[in-house]
Ligand binder design. Sequence first.
Ligand code: C2E
Ligand code: CA
Ligand code: CA
Length: 528
Amino acid sequence: MNKIQRGALAALLIVIVVIAALAPAGIGFLFAQRSQRHDEAERLNTVAKAALYRAEDVTRRLSGALGEIGKVAAAPCSPPYLKELRRIALTHEQVRDAGAYDHDGRWQCSSLLGAVSAGVLDGLTLPPPDWRSRDGVMAWYGLSRLPGGKSSLVMGRNGFYVAADPSLYVDTLDANDEVASGVAIINTDVSRVIATTPATDANAILAVYRTAPPVRDCSPYVVRRSVSMPLAVVVSAPHQTLHQRLRTLPWGWLLGGVVVGLVFAGWAAVFLVRRLSPRGQLSDAVRRHQFIVAYQPIVDLGTRRCVGAEALVRWKYHDRIVRPDHFIPLAEHRGLIQAITDQVLDTILLELGEFLKRYPEYYVSVNLSAQDLTTRRFLDVLGPAIVRQGVRPAQIRIEATERSFLDADAAKEVISAFRDAGHAVYLDDFGTGYSSLSHLQNFRIDGLKIDKSFVDTVGQDAASSSVASHIIDMAATLDVQVIAEGIEHEEQAAYLHARGAQFGQGWLFSPPLSAAEFIRYAGRTRGA
Ligand code: C2E
Ligand code: CA
Ligand code: CA
């Protein structure tokens, strides 16, 4: 992964983690707001219910008083009649005034101002009513030309009337109510505002009433209609400052959201880092068996016939092939190498099992790491696997580098065990470590692989140009085989062979091949 890709990945990671954190917190906030509005609407509804009850009650009482006037037996506007009116006005606390008018709406008498003959009412006429019911009840809203001067609500029938203070309708709401800021009562037959609390904009209320918002959580108004009378009440929520809103916000939701968000973010971070880090991706590759094996032919330098192959693992990462140098050290470090070694073996047996069974003279050598050489684990996997496949032990060889001899005693024992089981063991990259020579002395091995760096200098004037030749001599003394690695030129092959190296491997003969290509290659050199 290059720098740009890593940067993009880190950015993506941060974005995902932030979303994981913010989404639940945001949802928590939305729920908190919803819950707040829902509670608000509930409270508004309660106010609306009480207000409607009050409006119906006042209306009922006024009609009751009106009914009583109708029953007065005395001649209209006679002194006993006026007395009765005063009695009615006094006994009904909602009634401010009661009286009579003629067919043309001209005032005849009033409980407050007496008969028209007294002069005050002379010439006063009621305007056409604002509302008229089917059974003849009429209402005037906000009539101020009445005796007493104040704006009144007047209900009349058959020539007599009662007048009331309209604020009676809305006196359920006290001035500093925190739940609602205004109440308005509306006559629904004619869409007229009957009464409002002070500082309530009647037009705005009417507009709300006309659009009739359903009792939704988010509406700042509640409209409630009477089922028995043409009345409705509109209650408006008080305007709250942001501070007030925040103060009454149910913080539990938000807090819950934040906690869930943090848990989510933590989880996402761990998950993504695991998944997207090289280590996570490598574990993923192990889990998904994303490794393939290339086979580089090993040839007899004398006959140039193929004798076997070295299995070289590759990681198939999407449509890229990752070379082992890029992931083997990480796999070793993260304890994933043994699983990879097992997968390499499985692949070899799957791809070349039949071939090896059929041609017992060929072998495949497997590269082992330090962890594979500290216990007999791999040997215990290898043994039964080749038996199942009908492959002979000699056909699977082991390559171990000096690096894998860190725990020398354990490695010695495991190497002996491999050899006892019939698997030849080679010392890989010979000459590159500090103590190749001493290993050669201390470990019983079958051969060594001269590192490419010494093959490269063959034929050159460099001081190291004769190292390969010395290694070959030493191997002959110790009676171990030599495989020269990384042979790219014919002169190198000829020189190494002349010096006594029996086997070679390198691009001169073949690069690493697929299994099918290797089988073809082996066939070609067999026929040669
Ligand atoms: P190695 O064991 O020394 O393998 C030989 C490496 O040299 C291979 O590289 C091979 O492709 C390369 N090579 C062969 N001939 C030539 C040549 O003529 N010229 C040049 N320039 N290169 C040549 P590769 O496949 O990249 O493997 C690198 C190393 O990764 C191997 O070095 C080995 O140490 C390790 N490795 C490969 N497969 C495995 C495995 O299955 N398990 C473990 N533990 N290590 C592995
Ligand atoms: Ca090797
Ligand atoms: Ca090597």
